[in-house]
Design a protein around this ligand. Structure first.
Ligand code: NAD
Length: 358
């Protein structure tokens, strides 16, 4: 883009749940972003979105192909269910658009590789929609790792568990459509755990999925009742172990249905040869090491807000700058591919009940 003051003309595709966090972020970036179109194939979702964001009828579209041809945006923000990330990204690249793609990048490694290749061929930006990298807690742990605080990485135990947290919207109930806790929530944990340890190369993966509890009748009281238990065929609970080339082991567990005390557990324990850390739901990370002849616990006395609006604004701002100024992305498609390689390995290991050697 030659004109330095030109705004990025962004089309948002998919007006369900997550786009509600994208539009406010783009509006905060209104000095450099113009939202030029909204797309959704559900008429009621499109109408609601048009009213909510005060978008005129001519900017509302029921399919992205028509929108791309008529509006010719600079960039497309994909907030679609997982199975539509790939076709929408490919059409967007064909129309010379940069792409922001919500997580996970694709349905499998082959899709991710093709998306990256298509973007590269046209020198277009492709970003994947993780955000925990912008969490101040992650920043502390990355800074600690960079100083060598942890020594050699040894072990991470990472949990993102829901007691009864099956989404009652969208396509999260279906394995074929890219649903289930591994792809939906576990993926965030995998992303942030590997980011903190500098994304070592995975070597071996084993995993087990447990099924069927979410197929039960919706007869219990819970926050997210009335999920689609009829078509539900995703894992309730998954446990995976990933061993990396640097001998780090990550033990990952994630669930939609699990008989635990809490509604949600986020718990991340990291240990290395020289130091460790523990980061639990709603708390700031603590760090542990031997210092001054004692076993020391180190706790930040202050951390700025860890709110999602901040993280969403920052992640989209990084992509917008990438598109406008050709600056480097923090979360390019390659990160989506790295995470997807592990996700595919986890799924294969669970399906075959064999350890996968990468
Ligand atoms: N980064 C995060 O923290 C985070 C959180 C939640 C969801 N997500 C991701 O965001 C994406 C969307 O999730 P969601 O919960 O908003 O889903 P959703 O089902 O609520 O919204 C998707 C919207 O896309 C529309 N749609 C479906 N197929 C379409 C098509 N072919 N053409 C046009 N519109 C179509 C649907 O009508 C729906 O309104 C997923 O990839 C999900 O993994 C990310």
């Amino acid at each position: 883009m030659s004109n330095q003051n030109k705004k990025l003309r962004v089309a948002v595709v998919g007006c369900g749940m997550i786009y509600l966090e994208h539009i406010p972020a783009f509006r905060e970036l209104s000095d450099k972003v113009e939202i030029v179109a909204l797309v959704d194939n559900k008429p009621e979702a499109l109408e609601k979105a048009g009213k909510l964001w005060d978008m005129p009828q001519e900017k509302l579209f029921s399919d992205w192909k028509t929108m791309l041809a008529q509006v010719k945006p600079d960039a497309v923000d994909i907030c679609l269910p997982n199975r539509f990330h790939y076709p929408c990204a490919l059409d967007s690249f064909a129309a010379n658009c940069h792409v922001y793609c919500e997580k996970p990048l694709g349905m499998n490694v082959a899709e991710c590789e093709d998306m990256i290749a298509k973007a590269k061929a046209k020198n277009l930006k492709l970003a994947v929609g993780f955000q925990q990298e912008y969490n101040p807690g992650s920043v502390i742990l990355v800074n600690a790792r960079k100083t060598g605080f942890f020594g050699e990485m040894r072990y991470i135990h990472a949990s993102l568990l829901r007691r009864r947290g099956i989404p009652n919207w969208g396509e999260y109930y279906s394995r074929e459509f890219g649903g289930g806790p591994v792809l939906d929530v576990g993926v965030h944990l995998l992303d942030i755990a590997t980011y903190i340890v500098d994304r070592p190369k995975p070597k071996r993966i084993s995993a087990t999925y447990f099924y069927n509890e979410g197929k039960g009748d919706n007869t219990i009281y819970c926050g997210g009742e009335k999920w689609n238990n009829v078509d539900y065929n995703v894992e309730d609970l998954a446990a995976a172990q990933i061993t990396f080339e640097n001998n780090l082991v990550i033990q990952l567990e994630t669930s939609y249905v699990n008989h635990i005390k809490e509604n949600t557990v986020y718990d991340f324990k990291l240990t290395g040869s020289k130091g460790g850390a523990w980061w639990q739901s709603g708390k700031i990370p603590e760090l542990y090491s031997d210092m001054f002849g004692a076993m020391m616990n180190i706790v930040p006395s202050y951390l700025p807000s860890q709110g999602r609006p901040d993280m969403f604004r920052k992640k989209l701002d990084n992509w917008v700058d990438g598109c406008l100024k050709n600056s480097e992305l923090l979360l390019p498609g390659e990160v989506g591919l790295y995470v997807q390689t592990i996700l595919d390995g986890i799924a294969l290991a669970a399906a075959t009940q064999k350890e996968i050697v990468l």
